[in-house]
Design a binder for this molecule. Structure first.
Ligand code: FMN
Length: 362
């Protein structure tokens, strides 16, 4: 029997057969081992993606990111994401990562941080489709299993989109995640789901729709309207860690069980305990928690009172007092499935220098 070298590698099966797929979007400083563990408590996505491993002449795979692969206890596959443009160093990193239990290798073609794109990596590569083609050719040679890509629609505009989709097809990429914005559109513009539909129509591989999938209902609508194989969800999984199990319920025609503010209080405590590093001072950990809670607060009350009070805390006791006041005074109140309009996850910055929770907003 001869093996067909052009045959696509099958994706790992989803949690529920025949349903649209779900994935947690890679998020630097968020999607680490601890966060993946917390999320899987409430209902894991089908696939996880690591935050990006930086690739350059001096790089070695970052140890803390490797932990999210080596110590993964979620029972779900983890894809390792790379950001870089130097082919020999990308290949060296791939060889190193393939020594770990990765589900596949993912290339970042979307990071919009100026510090990143000025080095012609991440979203910066979208300015040079020929270079993307060379990189994908080399990665395809080096990755015997699943090779995946996460891309935006273009840099200033969508001009390179068609050429890059052609390369993705030509080099037999196994899964494509499309964030339906250009690099210049950052994180807050409308999402161009029509371009995701175009990717679905032209790609030979499954496509995950990404960008502002705020709820399970929105996930179903976007899958129906684009024909995507599934959804990739980032910020709204921080706000609502139940979102992946809610998607599974909605995809099978059921109404998800309501989440109450008391449930959210329990989530906050789990997040606090699980993400706490033993060497981290209390104040620094409270500040880190406030970054997650910026998103959580979008579903607590329509006036943003929880966000207002939570942002003014600096100790563990103050933080949990604010949580108790807003989450346990009326514990049976329903946690909103969609973020309340106008309740913004600050700090607010339109031109982040890095993809971190400090600088990226909803
Ligand atoms: C804090 C933060 C960090 C991010 N880090 C990464 C990253 O490491 N790699 C990547 O491809 N995208 C990164 N992104 C982009 C997300 O994966 C996703 O494409 C974007 O947030 C849109 O999806 P959403 O509306 O579901 O959040 C990051 C986004 C945020 C908010």
């Amino acid at each position: 029997m001869s093996l067909d070298p052009t045959a696509a590698c099958p994706l790992p099966p989803g949690i529920v057969a025949q349903q649209p797929l779900t994935a947690l979007a890679p998020m630097q400083d968020v999607t680490d081992l601890a966060f993946m563990r917390v999320l899987s408590h409430y209902g894991a996505p089908d696939f996880f993606f690591t935050e990006f491993f930086r690739v350059h002449a001096q790089s070695r795979p970052e140890k803390h990111i490797l932990r999210s692969i080596d110590e993964n206890v979620t029972g779900r596959p983890v894809f390792a994401q790379l950001i870089g443009e130097d082919i020999p160093h990308l290949l060296r990193t791939v060889r190193e990562l393939l020594q770990h239990p990765v589900a596949g290798i993912d290339l970042n073609l979307g990071c919009p941080a100026p510090k990143v794109y000025k080095k012609n990596v991440g979203g910066g590569l979208l300015r040079d489709p020929a270079r993307v083609d060379d990189i994908l050719a080399a990665l395809r040679e080096a990755v015997p299993g699943l090779l995946t890509v996460k891309m935006r629609l273009g840099f200033d505009d969508t001009t390179p989109f068609a050429a890059i989709l052609e390369s993705i097809k030509h080099h037999r990429v196994d899964l494509l995640s499309v964030h339906g914005r250009t690099v210049k559109e950052m994180y807050r513009s409308e999402v161009h789901y029509d371009f995701i539909a175009r990717a679905v129509a032209s790609a030979h591989c499954p496509v995950l729709a990404n960008g502002n999938i705020t709820s399970a209902a929105k996930a179903r609508e976007v899958v129906q309207n684009t024909g995507a194989a599934g959804v990739m969800i980032g910020r709204h999984a921080i706000r609502n860690p139940w979102i992946f199990s809610q998607c599974r319920a909605v995809f099978s025609g059921h109404t998800p069980a309501p989440v109450t503010l008391a449930d959210v209080r329990e989530y906050v405590e789990r997040l606090y305990t699980t993400t706490r590093h033993p060497d981290f001072p209390e104040r620094a950990h409270v500040n880190k928690m406030k970054k997650y809670l910026n998103f959580v607060g979008q579903g607590v009350d329509p006036e943003g009172r929880f966000l207002h009070d939570m942002r003014r805390t600096s100790t563990e006791a103050e933080l949990f007092a604010a949580c108790d006041q807003h989450l346990l005074s009326n514990p049976d109140t329903i946690f909103a499935q969609e973020p309340y309009p106008g309740v913004i996850a600050r700090p607010n910055c339109e031109t982040p220098t890095e993809c971190t929770l400090d600088e990226v907003t909803a």
